[in-house]
Design a protein around this ligand. Structure first.
Ligand code: RET
Length: 294
């Protein structure tokens, strides 16, 4: 040391000890389904499967001209069966990170995540338009109103999906607001224009439409409420969310379907019967019948 001092006139600068910057410890808090939720998903999956089989069987018991509601309704429960099967198997689910805590005096970073069942939204985008078709055909709604209602419905489901996947609160509630406006458009089309259309029908259809449309309105309005307290504000846990949607889905699909089909099958005057392409196909439309001029 002294030699260095003599030679250079300065002391060597000490080489710094290598410093170790510790990696933060990441602690994940994941809200996901427990046994209750998983069991509920399987129960609904089986019920949707069985109802679909029953609806296809009911379709085969009526002439093809009278099968429109049966076909639409069976498609609805079949899509729900697939979506519930996917969710019960752990598919169609992703994690949304909604909070990351970096405490000052603690090396652990806390990451909060919640399971988002996006398979539901795919199911809804396909099945709710079919449910609206059921109600629209029953009421005798015009094509323009039906198109607007279905467009609003798909908009509602897709913005609902964006709301669920969105991690920041601003956009999340923004999408939710758009979805609620779209929902009001559906209510207007079916509730107002639907009632006007059904006024021209027989008494039995009028009464039945008021009942089933009222039932649908109450059920559908429960969905944005369940969403608000589960995926939205995250006040309810994932199991509670699954159970709530399971009850609503059973009421809105199989129960709605059985009610619609049994009432329709029992109707004599108001029942819908379609010939033409629906019953006979394209070839029959242009076919030359015996006795026609060549
Ligand atoms: C969301 C969240 C955003 C706001 C609104 C919603 C409405 C959903 C509805 C769903 C209906 C589903 C049915 C399923 C049948 O099994 C997307 C939850 C308004 C009305 C009837």
């Amino acid at each position: 040391m002294e030699e260095v001092l003599k030679k250079t006139g300065t002391l060597p600068t000490p080489t710094p000890l290598p410093t170790v910057v510790p990696e933060p410890v990441l602690v994940y808090h994941v809200s996901g389904a427990g046994d209750t939720g998983n069991r509920a998903l399987w129960v609904v999956c089986v019920l949707m499967g069985l109802s679909s089989l029953a609806f296809y069987a009911m379709a085969m018991r009526v002439p093809v001209q009278k099968r429109l509601f049966h076909v639409l309704t069976a498609f609805i429960t079949t899509i729900a069966f697939i979506s519930y099967m996917a969710m019960a198997c752990g598919d169609g689910i992703s994690l949304s990170t909604y909070k990351v805590e970096v405490p000052k005096h603690n090396l652990a970073h806390h990451i909060y995540q919640r399971e988002i069942y996006w398979a539901r939204y795919i199911d809804w985008s396909l099945t709710t338009p079919l449910l609206l078709l059921d109600l629209s055909f029953l009421a005798g709604l015009n094509g323009a109103s039906m198109l607007v209602a279905i467009f609003a419905d798909v908009t509602m489901c897709l913005t609902g999906l964006f709301a669920a996947l969105s991690e920041a609160d601003g956009p999340k509630w923004g999408y939710y607001t758009v979805a609620c406006i779209a929902y009001l458009v559906i209510v207007y089309q079916l509730g107002f224009n639907g009632r006007t259309a059904v006024a021209n029908k027989d008494n039995k259809t009028k009464v039945f439409f008021s009942l089933i449309a009222g039932y649908t309105l109450v059920l559908w309005t429960a969905y944005p409420i369940v969403w608000g307290i589960s995926d939205g504000a995250r006040l309810a846990n994932v199991d509670a969310e699954i159970v709530a949607y399971s009850v609503l889905d059973i009421l809105a699909k199989p129960v709605f379907g059985f009610w619609l089909l049994t009432t329709h099958d029992a109707m004599s005057r108001g029942s819908i019967s379609i010939d033409g392409f629906w019953a006979n196909g394209i070839a029959a439309e242009g076919a030359i019948r015996v006795g026609d001029d060549a």
